[in-house]
Design a protein around this ligand. Sequence first.
Ligand code: DGL
Length: 215
Amino acid sequence: MKIGVFDSGMGGLSVANAVRNAFPADEVLFVNDSEHMPYGLKTPEQLLKLSLPLLSKMQADGCQVIVIACNTLTTTVISELRNKLSVPLVAVEPMVKPAATITQSKTIAVCATPATLQSKRYSQLKRDYAQGVCVLEPDCSNWAEMIEKNQIDSQQIADTVNSVISAGADVIVLGCTHYHWIEEDIKKLAGDKAVVLQPEKAIIDRLARTIEQLV
Ligand code: DGL
């Protein structure tokens, strides 16, 4: 089985590593578009134009399933991508539902790119699953780029985490795969005040089910 993993940049690499660990016998092709990242500051039209040729090439190169390891792409253009490609796409989106289910304080924080936070899909997730829950959306607009360039501003991250915890959040959702690289820092900052959620396990489970249907 040839499994593709796609993202704008380094975020997808954390997911590709998780996929490689979970499926050691399979070939994993990781492709990114670092030249055009950050995706989180682009429009849906731009995102489709940039990602479709790269995903079509992955399909042509024999990927039998592709993980869209990018919340930004999933929440903005996943339907268009599914319409244009014949390969199954495993998508990732902010874990609003699990966060809303486990919060005790009825306050959650979703850290994600501006494009994700502005997307219709994300609004729908909140409407469907987070009625009666206060959803904080701290400004993380420069996080993906600082992680991509390995120029992490620890103070900014600490200020963001501390502010959402002070505002009562007991769950912090990592709604951008780039943030997986700073998961441990965020967990340390959150301590026992907030649970940090990221979707790698859910992606692996979904991928396993998709592969089962293919073989
Ligand atoms: N890693 C991507 C995501 O999950 C996007 C980062 C970016 O290029 O802005 O949303």
